[in-house]
Design a protein around this ligand. Structure first.
Ligand code: G6P
Length: 369
C-alpha cells in the first residue's frame, strides 16, 4: 500500500506532489521546439472552423467546473471569444442557445460523469462541435467528442481532485494560446512569453510544495473552526471556489467562497471575531482593491491568511499570516495559488482524523444523473 502511494500516507498527498510531472506531461510535445508555438495535433478543428466559432460553452461538474471557470477567463482574454461556463446538471435545463457556431468544451477527469456526458450529447444534437478535456483516453466523453485534449495527469485515486484539476488548467492555457495563434488575436511575442512562463510552472509548484509546513500550521488552526471564508477577485475568485470545495469535501468544515468585492453586499455580516478568512490576492491589477476588502474583514476581527505573488508583500501588513507564490503572469497564477489550498484541505482533514482519500458520501466518478 505504501509503495502504491510512493511513500506518502495518502493518495491525495502523492497526487499533489505529482503535479509538476503532470504539468510537464500535459505540456509535453504540445509546445514546439522553438518554444513559440502550441501544437495541438489531436485537435482536428480547422482554422476555418475555428474562425466560425462565435461562442464557447464550457460544461462540467465539481472540480472540473471550477477549471472551466478559469478556462473562460483564459479563452476570453487570449482569443476574445465570448465564453460561458455552466454546471452540467444545469446546462441542459436552461435551454442554452447552441448553434453550429458554438464550440462546447466538456471537462471531465474520468470522462464518465453522467451529467457531463448528457450535456455533450445535447450539444451534439444541436449541431455544436464538441471538444473534450479529459484524463482518461477511451472514456465515454473522449469517444463521443469530436476532438479530445488529454490531460496527462496519470490515474487519480483520491476522491478530491488535485492533479487532474491543475492539468485541466494547463490544457486551457494551451488551447487558449492555440486559438490566439490561429485567430491572430495575440502577437507572436506575447504567445512566446506565455509559453515561457508556463514552462516555469512545474518548478514553481515544487517551490510551493516546499512551504507545506507553513500551510499545515494554518490548517491546524482552521481545523478548530466550523465556518470560514475564501475571498478573491477575478481568477482568484475562481480559485477560491475550488479551495472552498476541496476543504468542504475532505475536512467537512463549512466554508464559502466569495468574490471579495461582493462581501459588503451581504456576507460581511457573518464576519466576527476570530473567524478565518483565506484571502487570495495574486492578481496584480486587482491587488489594491482586494487589499481594501481584506481590511474590511480584518476590521471586524477576522483572522486572515493571505496568498500573494512574490514582490507584493505589502499584504503582510494587512493580514495575520501570508504565503508567497512565485512570480508568474496574472493569467497563470491559478496553476500556483491552488496548490496551497489543496495542502490546506489535506492537513485540515488530517487534523480532524478524517479519511482523506475517501470522504463520506462522495464518489470519485458519478455515473448517475
Ligand atoms: C465527482 C468527484 C469530483 C469531480 C466530479 C466531476 O463528484 O467527486 O471530485 O470533480 O465528480 O468528475 P469528472 O470525472 O467529470 O471530472
Amino acid at each position: 500500500i505504501t509503495a502504491e502511494k510512493a511513500g506518502f500516507d495518502h493518495f491525495m498527498m502523492k497526487e499533489i506532489h505529482e503535479q509538476p510531472k503532470a504539468y510537464r506531461d500535459t505540456m509535453g510535445s504540445r509546445i514546439d521546439a522553438s518554444g513559440r508555438k502550441v501544437v495541438l495535433n489531436e485537435v482536428k478543428l480547422t482554422a476555418e472552423q475555428l474562425r466560425d466559432v462565435n461562442q464557447i460553452h464550457i460544461v462540467a461538474c465539481g472540480t472540473a467546473y471550477h477549471a472551466g471557470l478559469i478556462g473562460k477567463n483564459v479563452i476570453e482574454r487570449l482569443a476574445r471569444i465570448p465564453v460561458e461556463t455552466d454546471v452540467a446538471s444545469e446546462y441542459r435545463y436552461r435551454s442554452p442557445i447552441i448553434t453550429k457556431n458554438t464550440l462546447v468544451i466538456v471537462v471531465s477527469q474520468s470522462g464518465e460523469t453522467a451529467d457531463t456526458l448528457a450535456a455533450l450529447r445535447e450539444a451534439k444534437r444541436n449541431g455544436a462541435r464538441v471538444l473534450a478535456i479529459t484524463n482518461v483516453v477511451g472514456s465515454s466523453v473522449a469517444r463521443e467528442a469530436d476532438d479530445v485534449i488529454v490531460t496527462w495527469a496519470g490515474p487519480e485515486i483520491a476522491v478530491a481532485s488535485t492533479k487532474a484539476y491543475t492539468s485541466q488548467l494547463i490544457a486551457f492555457y494551451l488551447f487558449g494560446l492555440y486559438l490566439a495563434q490561429t485567430l491572430g488575436t495575440q502577437d507572436e511575442a506575447y504567445i512566446a512569453e506565455v509559453i515561457d512562463a508556463i514552462k516555469l510552472l512545474p518548478e514553481q509548484v515544487e517551490y510551493i510544495l516546499g512551504q507545506a509546513e507553513a500551510v499545515k500550521q494554518v490548517a491546524e488552526q482552521v481545523a478548530t473552526h466550523e465556518d470560514l471564508f475564501f475571498i478573491g477577485r477575478g481568477m482568484d475568485y475562481a480559485v477560491a471556489l475550488e479551495g472552498s470545495l476541496k476543504l468542504k469535501e475532505i475536512s467537512y468544515i463549512h466554508s464559502e467562497a466569495y468574490a471579495a468585492g461582493e462581501l459588503k453586499h451581504g456576507t460581511l455580516a457573518l464576519i466576527e471575531d476570530g473567524i478565518p478568512v483565506i484571502a487570495l490576492a495574486t492578481q496584480h491589477d486587482l491587488f489594491e482593491k482586494t487589499v481594501s476588502n481584506i481590511k474590511e474583514v480584518k476590521a471586524r476581527g477576522a483572522y486572515v491568511f493571505g496568498i500573494h505573488s512574490a514582490g507584493e508583500d505589502e499584504l503582510k501588513k494587512s493580514v495575520d499570516q501570508t504565503l508567497e507564490i512565485p512570480k508568474t503572469l496574472p493569467l497563470l497564477t491559478p496553476a500556483l495559488s491552488v496548490v496551497p489550498l489543496q495542502l490546506l484541505a489535506y492537513y485540515a482533514s488530517l487534523a480532524r482524523g478524517n479519511d482523506v482519500d475517501k470522504p463520506r458520501n462522495l464518489a470519485k466518478s458519478v455515473t448517475v444523473e
